[in-house]
Write a protein that binds this ligand. Structure first.
Ligand code: F2R
Ligand code: MG
Ligand code: MG
Length: 306
């Protein structure tokens, strides 16, 4: 793959996360079949703030360092970005002395979280390890463990990271069947295997949005949102179509659009994100330009090591 194409895909994935998140944030919690979707204020939420933390830590350590990533999340934490209840509790426990990879096990009566918080931030891992599935598997699971120790939370993040990596390695034309088969071959967990089979059936039957939500979900749980984002990408023919469709399903719109944007941006590249959406994305201290810079740095590290 040409260097410039790879760079565009890295930037597309990180910026695609932020654009999808900021657009979807205006509609979070609404029921299915949302019409008249527009980019509103352009302010991103916890999805992007945590994705920035993942990228910053990978860059600073030129790879994964769990303790560093956990403290980067804590340093960046701004409650006004709309976090789920789990991560802030974990941040308090780590700050009070718990180990970075143990604190999250205390959530939900010791079961750990299966929320989509680890998956929504994983794009930089999918980019950084796009050509190394073993390392991607290890780092997706270990980075998830910081806040999401439940098997379904971690496996959801792993599936999302692999979808991003696969999108980077694919193109310019999407072979839907091949893309799904590669995901199916990678996934070990039965819950996600079943959801991928549902996607296979939905792709050939052109279902209503209500059926998509009923069968794949649009909720905050990783298993009710990661497969949905993959479906939104696979069924669409452009970044714009995929993200608009993701938001139109309602529910956890910022996160499903962020994950759809991460995969779609990795496939189509940054040029595919409408200028109007990019230009409306916040560009203050850690906004659009900063996210582009992070993606470029991730790409440069990978270029220098290959
Ligand atoms: N939190 C929100 N949105 C609501 C507030 C937005 C509002 N506009 C505002 O500004 O205040 N969105 C963000 O949260 C989701 C990611 O959540 P995360 O990081 O996974 O959090 P958590 O708490 O770990 O899990 C989320 C919920 O999942 C359920 N759950 C998880 N594990 C469970 C278990 N083992 N047993 C039972 N339930 C479990 C719980 O309901 C958790 O609260 C994203 O949407 C992000 O955008
Ligand atoms: Mg959010
Ligand atoms: Mg959300």
């Amino acid at each position: 793959m040409r260097k410039e194409i790879l760079k565009s895909k890295f930037i597309g994935s990180l910026l695609g996360t932020a654009v999808g998140d900021a657009m979807g944030a205006e509609y979070e919690g609404l029921p299915c079949k949302i019409n008249f979707i527009r980019m509103g204020a352009g302010r991103y939420t916890d999805d992007t703030q945590m994705m920035i933390g993942v990228a910053e830590s990978l860059i600073e350590n030129r790879g994964f360092n769990g303790k560093h990533m956990a403290y980067t999340f804590i340093k960046n934490f701004d409650p006004s970005r709309g976090y789920g209840p789990g991560p802030p509790a974990v941040f308090r426990w780590i700050s009070s002395g718990d180990d970075w990879d143990k604190a999250s096990q205390r959530l939900f009566g010791g079961k750990g979280s299966f929320g989509n918080g680890a998956a929504m931030r994983i794009a930089p891992v999918g980019c950084f390890y796009y050509d190394n599935p073993d390392k991607l598997r290890e780092v997706a699971c270990r980075s998830s463990q910081i806040t999401h120790s439940h098997e379904l939370g971690k496996r959801g993040a792993l599936l999302q990271a692999y979808a991003v990596a696969l999108a980077i390695n694919s193109g310019p034309f999407l072979d839907r069947g091949y893309f799904l088969r590669r995901l199916q071959g990678f996934v070990e967990n039965e819950v996600y295997k079943k959801k991928l089979k549902i996607i296979e059936d939905l792709i050939i039957s052109k279902p209503s949005k209500y059926r998509v939500v009923k069968e794949l979900g649009n909720g905050v749980e990783a298993f009710n949102s990661v497969p949905t984002a993959i479906y939104c990408f696979i069924r669409s023919k452009s970044f714009q179509e995929a993200v608009l469709y993701a938001i139109s399903l309602g529910g956890d719109t910022d996160t499903i659009a962020a994950m759809t944007g991460a995969i779609s941006g990795a496939f189509y590249g940054v040029e595919s994100i409408p200028d109007e959406w990019k230009n409306k994305l916040e560009d203050k201290e850690k906004g659009k330009s900063y996210i582009e810079k992070l993606a470029e740095e991730l790409w440069l590290i990978r270029e220098s090591s290959s």
